[in-house]
Design a protein around this ligand. Structure first.
Ligand code: ADP
Ligand code: MG
Length: 471
């Protein structure tokens, strides 16, 4: 390593100056951040400052921490470095290498002291060593959980819990309909905590399994072991607690475990198909405990999120799903992510089996059964909604008087499609577009029809919209 060979006085001066630049940055962060946050995220960081100070590389122990530090702190660190040095400093985040990196500055040591970068945690080994069956599915992580408006709150809260269990949002109660990603989110919390702190005792359990554990302990008179097991956890992830309904003994045991875990600042994450007060046949004292931390909902994913999920999942299967096909599928499969996955599987299988590229036509064939159920009559309202979604404008703009091209054009396209795909007359269409005159509609229809002949891009867009609407 060439850097390590320098030994001049100047280099040493630069070395300690680099160290103090980083140290000054750390000192500032120590002032700004709550102690716990600072100790967890900033203190373990190790930095390497380039000789001209133009670049600072910060080494982070593992991927999860890296993502977190990048998301939460990198902007602040970069602006502090710039302020302290007086010129822009390029900040890079990197995974800590296995070999010690020469000339790194750890915030835990003296400014100029060199310290080797930490080794990344060997997750698999550590987990095996704990020999504790956590029932986590390692495939369900934050990385492959697509974020959208529908799950943003829940995801952020879950992220927070996995970074700092036992502190805020305890218990975390996540609720929402089937197939919206509740179970996925829970596993993500567990997996991330174990990646960060491999020694943690984590257990994922479905409420039904908990019930059967209680029954077994009851029959075998092994409540002590049962208690010991549950009460020793750092993180308990308990899925679908609505299944506790009418199970008195289970509720009592769960209540005990709950109290014991909260008392020792272990974290509890729960999911359910409804919010706590909506739960039926569960004791009031338990319901009020469920609601005593943070309760967040996961909503059904919106169109753009469904598109992103499809593209991501296709990629995970090493297939490329063109955006227009994803849009077509997302528009037609709306209820939940599990259904979306089912549709994707059908399309991929169909494409592989027939050795055809993924296209709207192919998707339509693969999903024929599913689509025929929804083979509805095309209405103007549906056209307005689909076009608005496609061009990312508000549906309300279809009726509004606004004139900027970014709005007027999609509106004209919607009018054109309304004329083409429905039986409505020009005045009727005008009426449905905020009481516009029929000549306005006629103008739009002629204009778009004419341009469609000239502009391939527009033609392509109209094609996607027609396909989507025809389902
Ligand atoms: P729930 O527990 O709410 O019924 P799951 O967590 O079992 O739902 O999710 C159903 C499927 O959808 C799983 O395969 C999950 O990985 C996937 N899924 C759900 N939400 C997302 C998302 N936002 N991004 C990627 N995959 C998701
Ligand atoms: Mg579930």
């Amino acid at each position: 390593m060439s850097e390590g060979q320098h030994n001049s006085v100047a280099a040493n001066a630069a070395l300690s100056a680099g160290g103090s630049l980083w140290q000054a940055c750390i000192d500032q962060l120590a002032q700004e951040l709550p102690e716990q946050q600072f100790n967890t995220w900033i203190k373990p960081l190790v930095a390497q400052v380039s000789e001209d100070f133009s670049r600072v590389t910060v080494f982070v122990a593992n991927r999860f921490k890296l993502d977190w530090v990048r998301a939460q702190y990198s902007n602040r660190i970069a602006s502090l470095l710039e302020k302290l040095y007086g010129q822009p400093v390029q900040l890079e985040l990197a995974l800590a290498l296995r070999e010690p990196v020469a000339r790194t500055y750890s915030s835990q040591s003296n400014a100029a002291e060199m310290s080797p970068a930490p080794e990344p945690a060997d997750i698999a080994e550590d987990n095996a060593a704990t020999a504790f069956k956590n029932r986590l599915n390692t495939a369900l992580t934050f990385e492959n959980l697509v974020e959208g408006t529908a799950n943003r709150m829940a995801r952020a809260a879950a992220m927070h819990v996995s970074g700092m269990p036992g502190q805020l949002y305890n218990p975390l109660f996540i609720y929402g309909g089937v197939g919206l990603g509740k179970t996925h989110l829970m596993h993500a919390v567990g997996n991330k905590l174990l990646a960060d702190k491999p020694g943690s005792k984590v257990l994922y359990i479905h409420a039904e399994q908990f019930v059967s554990d209680v029954v077994k302990a009851y029959q075998r008179k092994t409540f002590d072991e049962f208690k010991e097991r549950y009460h020793s956890l750092d993180l308990l992830l308990i899925d679908d607690v609505q299944f506790f309904a009418n199970k008195d003994r289970t509720q009592e045991e769960f209540f005990n475990a709950f109290e014991a875990l909260l008392a020792k600042k272990s974290h509890i994450v729960m999911t359910s198909d409804t919010y706590p007060k909506g739960l039926t046949d569960i004791h009031e004292r338990l319901v009020s405990r469920f609601d005593s931390g943070l309760t967040v909902a996961i909503e059904p994913p919106e169109l753009e999120m469904r598109v992103a999920i499809l593209i991501n999942k296709a990629r995970a299967e090493s297939a490329e799903m063109p955006e227009e096909v994803a849009f077509f599928v997302a528009k037609n499969v709306r209820s939940n992510v599990r259904e979306l996955e089912g549709a994707l599987r059908k399309i991929l299988a169909y494409s592989r089996f027939n050795q055809k590229e993924i296209s709207i036509q192919l998707a339509r064939e693969a999903l024929r059964d599913l689509l025929s159920i929804q083979n509805r009559q095309i209405g103007v309202e549906n056209i307005q909604k689909t076009v608005a979604d496609y061009y990312k404008i508000k549906v309300a703009d279809m009726y509004s008087k606004k004139r900027p091209a970014s709005i007027a054009r999609p509106r004209q396209i919607a009018m054109y499609l309304a004329k083409e795909l429905t039986q409505k007359s020009l005045p009727e269409i005008g009426e449905l577009f905020g009481g516009r005159d029929h000549t306005t509609v006629l103008h739009a229809v002629r204009k778009i029809a004419g341009e469609r002949q000239q502009l391939t891009e527009l033609n392509q867009q109209l094609h996607v919209l027609e396909q989507t609407l025809k389902g």
